[in-house]
Design a protein around this ligand. Structure first.
Ligand code: PMP
Length: 440
């Protein structure tokens, strides 16, 4: 079977731009910050994606996270095909939804009850409404550079596409709504204390990425998550730990699991999931304390609903992915990640490109420039880098058949299917890419 079409990526992009704003259904896909023509993908298998011209790339985007097993894992595809043959959507409860909820609750202890939704945006939006409904308070605290999806109150100083396009927020968000979100520098406990000292009795919740990975990777300083929880609870506020990106990627129990057996262990009130929980299909979730979760309709007064919530085909992809991701899978993710961190860093150093390596579990990214060689702990630190060095690096890799995230403000994602030949292709591409970064 050939996957090549007669149309080039350029043709497809021109046609898409005429029909779709910017030619894309999510902004970062447009390659605006790296320039050039986005690749229109037609298939993916293991560690590879293939574009419409029939060209294959080693993929370090992994669907922006979900593909921990590699693309189109035969076990997941078979389960999805079987589920699809039994009907695509019922709008009624199915046994597999409970299976997924139980699986997550067994792994992530703070999650006593869980509700499934379709996107990470819905999960965080609903978690915030729930926190407000539970506490009877309106204010929300978020950290600069953290991205929690595109709902109105969460776009202030957000990461991901807003970082890529240097947007402070979004047009179309009413000022009264934006004013309910207080933005604090990440990893800055004094700033968080100051916000609580001033507004403590009006704060419903602090929302935080469990480990930040939407401004590039910025791990929490040791004990920071725990300190957030202690401070919030002292003021009667809840903590929403956003594991949409980290959940079931950095460990079987997400970032919570990474810190659970350390001095930094923490217990958030609510946790949001996405990406890996859907195995590449539209599933996300919010879960947490039973007494909070039971405020959701139909038990409580906080409304939340969805025609496609718990969709049987999508949930089957998620359950099957989580079941197949055994200890060996996580060990491989960690190994591949460590190897690439080391090799990319060595290639950059060999060309005299000053850089920092940012790591949170198996998530990683690079910062370019002397001033950030020691790493960054917050959004201001990340923005201080020589970000222009990334575009030539990215394109040299792409030309050599390696697909990286098309923005310096995104994490790199490995899969357990990145085998020796995929890794070799990445390593072979690095010297020229590092040279391109050096001469930028
Ligand atoms: N929270 C985090 C931490 C995310 O990384 C993302 C997506 N990158 C979201 C929320 C939003 O998820 P979605 O794109 O599925 O709406």
């Amino acid at each position: 079977m050939t996957t090549a079409t007669t149309a080039t990526n350029a043709d497809l992009f021109a046609r898409a731009q005429a029909a779709i704003p910017g030619g894309v259904n999510s902004p970062v896909r447009a390659f605006r910050s790296v320039g050039g023509t986005p690749r229109f993908l037609v298939s993916a298998r293991g560690p590879y994606v293939t574009d419409a011209e029939g060209r294959e790339y080693v993929d370090l985007v992994a669907g922006w996270g979900p593909a921990i097993l590699g693309h189109a894992h035969p076990g997941v595809i078979a389960a999805v095909q079987d589920a699809a043959a039994r009907g695509l959507s019922f709008g009624a409860s199915t046994p597999v939804e409970t299976e997924l909820a139980e699986l997550i609750e067994q792994r992530v202890a703070p999650v006593e009850k869980l509700r499934l939704v379709s996107t990470g945006t819905e999960a965080t939006m609903s978690a915030i409404r729930l926190a407000r409904g539970f506490t009877g308070r309106d204010l929300l605290v978020k950290f600069a550079g953290h991205y929690h999806g595109h709902s109105d109150g969460l776009l202030a100083e957000a990461g991901s596409g807003l970082a890529t396009f240097a947007l402070p927020g979004s047009a179309g968000v009413p000022a009264d709504v934006a004013a309910l979100t207080l933005v604090v520098p990440y990893n800055d406990l004094d700033a968080l204390r100051a916000v609580f000292a001033e507004h403590g009795d009006r704060i419903a919740a602090v929302i935080t990425e469990a480990a930040a990975a939407n401004m590039g990777v910025v791990p929490p300083l040791p004990g920071f998550n725990r300190a957030i929880v202690e401070l919030a609870h002292a003021h009667g506020a809840l903590v929403i730990s956003d594991e949409v990106l980290t959940g079931f990627r950095v460990s079987k129990a997400g970032w919570w699991g990474v810190e659970a057996d350390t001095d930094a262990a923490y217990t958030p009130d609510l946790v949001t999931f996405g990406k890996v929980v859907g195995g590449g299909m539209p599933v996300a979730a919010l879960g947490g304390r039973a007494d909070v979760m039971e405020r959701l309709a139909p038990l409580g007064p906080v409304y939340q609903a969805g025609t496609l919530s718990g969709n049987p085909v999508a949930v089957t992809a998620g359950v099957t992915t989580l079941r197949l991701a055994d200890d060996a899978v996580y060990a491989t993710l960690d190994e591949v990640s460590a190897l690439l961190q080391r090799e990319v860093s060595a290639a950059l150093s060999a060309e005299g490109v000053a850089h920092g390596v940012q790591v949170a579990g198996n998530l990683f990214s690079f910062l370019f420039g002397e001033s950030v060689a020691g790493g960054a702990h917050d959004y201001a630190g990340v923005l201080a880098q020589e970000s222009w060095r990334y575009a030539p690096f990215f394109h040299a890799m792409l030309d050599a058949g390696v697909s990286l995230p098309p923005s310096v403000f995104e994490a790199w994602f490995v899969t357990a299917a990145h085998d020796e030949s995929a890794i070799t292709r990445i390593l072979d591409a690095l010297p020229a890419a590092a040279r391109a970064a050096a001469s930028a």
